[in-house]
Design a protein around this ligand. Sequence first.
Ligand code: PEP
Length: 256
Amino acid sequence: MKKESRKVIIAGNWKMNMTPSAAKTAVARTAELTAGKDGCEVVLCVPFVDIIPAVEAARGTNVKIGAQNVHFEEKGAFTGEISADMLLETGAEYVIVGHSERRQYFGETDETVNKRTRAALSAGLKVILCLGEVLGERQSGITEEIVSMQTKLDLAGIPAEQMKTVVIAYEPVWAIGTGLTATPDQAEEVCALIRKVVADLYCDEIAEALTIQYGGSMNDGNAAELLSKIDVDGGLIGGASLVPEKFAKIVDAAQA
Ligand code: PEP
């Protein structure tokens, strides 16, 4: 399969920003600015309380709404957590799993990332699975080992047919929210590696069809070059997704 036949996805991760009323306005503005830009799928992953107003504001537009986390149990005594079924009923289509901030601040491990991914996929959500090396790992020359291991552990036990609704976001942790971006060649090298690991785990067809995003200080100035790389099929965007005008320019860069 050629890169052109893979689905390009530009997804925003709002993190802990935007109240529900601000979310409504920002989704509506993003939808307005990205209307008719059908060269990629446009997704905004918003805080839990923003999902319902965001889904409402996105209705009838090309913007899809996602969450930023999901619990792996169906229900029960897990105070503060949200299940996959709950998310699905709000109208959320996507969920980010394994973001480095969850790994760093909330004790996520590859084991819990895998459990969350499996629960979300089984419920019918599409998963944006985040992985990537920290600065020390890159400096020690073990990026390949770390990313391969994360890919294998995070996808463990996921059946081949569910891979159709998995997106992998390669996010070098040192590039997230820092203004430091991986060079297009660094992004390509690791996205190609992830595709190879997925081919070994499943098959070439699944690996070739998989959308692999780059995330880490992507902006309207660097998006086009990153997205031109053969194995980079989109972006996961934090800071720049909070400003609809900036985010829309990244969507524009993905139209080629
Ligand atoms: C992210 O939150 O996934 C991210 C890539 O953030 P930023 O674009 O701000 O680096």
